[in-house]
Design a protein around this ligand. Structure first.
Ligand code: NAD
Length: 253
């Protein structure tokens, strides 16, 4: 097993990519702490992990709330002692052209997607620095490397995560901590289902997604989970500050 005896924390593991990654990490021998505001979804993740013989814990925590994050970190460190993997995955979407976008939407997306990564990373870094080990995986998106209609705020948030990843890597390399970013393309999760359901022509929207790709399939959460597993494991020990593209060939195709 590739994560035997390791402790992993995954934010946003009550749904989608985070959930699939939690199942895979547990299957590979890790204890997974699920950090999410979605209680029902997170309990579902725990049940699936336990049914498969794995181990997981759920902590209700809003990644944008400093006090919540501090309490969650304290509990995880007390219970697990050693922190091997932190996957900053929780995120939300934001759609609209800039001239029509209200400040509230801009701040909400930035708050979850960027401030959340800052707060949770800041909280776990001292423990990883003390250990002199750790792998941090930040959820960016291939959109950080391209222009896409109506997605300025979301793209800006994911661009910030990519920059943050590179700076963090430089600062924490001396502590033997690796920090890398995942750059998925469109992955079929509740997040994408939600925005497709609001599209006046969902079939055309799916065709548009496929047209941007080289692959003729829509990405699945497991496609990203395998990349996260690689970054979490020692197999990726020479990857540092790297953007890891899993996009069916959108950006480099
Ligand atoms: P999802 O909506 O299925 O899951 C996101 C999870 O994050 C949910 O369980 C939600 O409750 C949790 N969450 C949201 N805000 C939170 C907060 N403030 N505190 C704690 N938890 C919170 O989404 P997904 O598609 O699995 O996306 C996961 C990540 O991947 C996001 O960061 C997203 O931006 C990124 N991403 C997704 C795609 C895609 O096409 N699905 C592509 C590129 C990047």
């Amino acid at each position: 097993m590739r994560l035997e005896g390791k402790n992993a924390i995954i934010t946003g593991a009550g749904s989608g990519i985070g959930k699939e990654t939690a199942l895979l990490f547990a299957q590979e021998g890790a204890h997974v702490t699920i950090v999410d505001i979605n209680e029902t979804g997170s309990q579902g993740t725990i049940e699936e992990i336990e049914r498969a013989g794995g181990e997981a814990t759920y902590i209700h925590c809003n990644v944008t709330d400093e006090k919540d994050v501090q309490a969650m970190t304290k509990q995880v460190i007390a219970e697990r002692n050693h922190i091997d993997v932190l996957f900053n995955n929780a995120g939300i979407s934001g759609v609209g052209q800039l001239h029509e976008l209200d400040l509230e939407t801009w701040l909400r997306v930035m708050n979850v997607n960027v401030n959340g990564v800052f707060l949770v990373s800041r909280a776990f870094l001292p423990q990883m620095m003390k250990q002199k080990s750790g792998s941090i995986i930040n959820m960016s998106s291939c959109i950080a490397e391209m222009g896409l209609a109506n997605r300025a705020v979301y793209a800006s948030s994911k661009g910030a995560v990519l920059s943050l990843t590179k700076s963090m890597q430089v600062d924490y390399a001396p502590y033997n901590i690796r920090v890398n970013a995942l750059m998925p393309g469109t992955i079929y999760t509740p997040f994408v289902e939600d925005y497709l359901s609001k599209d006046p022509d969902p079939e055309a929207a799916v065709a548009g997604i496929k047209k941007r790709q080289l692959s003729n399939e829509l990405g699945k959460p497991i496609d990203v989970a395998y990349a996260a597993l690689f970054l979490a494991s020692d197999e990726s020990k020479f990857m540092m500050g790297a953007p890891f593209m899993i996009d069916g060939g959108v950006v480099n195709g």
